[in-house]
Write a protein that binds this ligand. Structure first.
Ligand SMILES: [Zn+2]
Length: 204
């Protein structure tokens, strides 16, 4: 999943958690960091450092959910910050459900074959755009435009849902739009690859 989809899911989850608790006690920012940071760290680890064979590794697993939660909790002396990280990273993993090494590093994994170089592709995209060139193959391979547009729809609708400037009927409608966009993304782009990866990759 791209950043807009991850941000949308985590905004929905943390606001729902606050709603269930009945007050705005869980801060949003740790969850939003958990929406973005895993893809930066894990893709750099894979593309530039070559420490791992696939771009979902150190921060794409349940250990990182738990360790991050305890670490932030102890560091800040506020459980809400740790819980926000845990919710946010779980949301991230759910968004990336096609393949997640859930129990890494406790089990060995058969990793998917990554044909794209995502971190390098993003950097190349910025360089190509800055020079006004057409995207080179390395850059173009990173972007599925239809999916990116749907994730932006999802994200925009969530922002409307969370904004006080709109009537509650519009906000409810926006939430439904966002959830439908997510469902469409899963059916259109994720489900078949998930079934394939479920059969071929996973714990050794
Ligand atoms: Zn990810």
């Amino acid at each position: 999943m791209y950043p807009p989809g991850h941000l949308a899911i985590d905004l929905i989850l943390v606001s729902s958690a606050n709603r269930m608790i009945g007050k705005n006690i869980i801060p949003m920012w740790p969850a939003l960091i958990a929406a973005i940071l895993p893809d930066i760290v894990d893709k750099v680890v894979t593309d530039y450092l070559h420490w791992m064979p696939f771009g979902r590794n150190y921060l794409h697993n349940l250990t990182a959910v738990f360790v991050g939660m305890v670490f932030l909790w102890l560091l800040s002396s506020r459980w809400e910050i740790g819980v926000s990280w845990a919710i946010g990273l779980m949301g991230h993993l759910i968004g990336d459900f096609v393949f997640i090494p859930w129990f890494w590093p406790w089990f060995d994994y058969v990793w998917p074959n990554e044909t794209r170089q995502i971190a390098q592709g993003v950097v190349q995209t910025v360089m190509d755009l800055a020079q006004g060139k057409e995207l080179s193959p390395l850059a173009a391979a990173v972007w599925q435009y239809g999916r990116l547009i749907m994730e932006c729809v999802m994200f925009g609708a969530v922002l409307i849902y969370l904004s006080n400037r709109f009537k509650s009927s519009i906000r409810t409608f926006a939430l439904i739009v966002s959830l439908c966009a997510w469902l469409y993304i899963v059916i259109q782009w994720d489900w078949a690859p998930f079934m394939w990866s479920f059969e071929h990759f996973g714990i050794k």
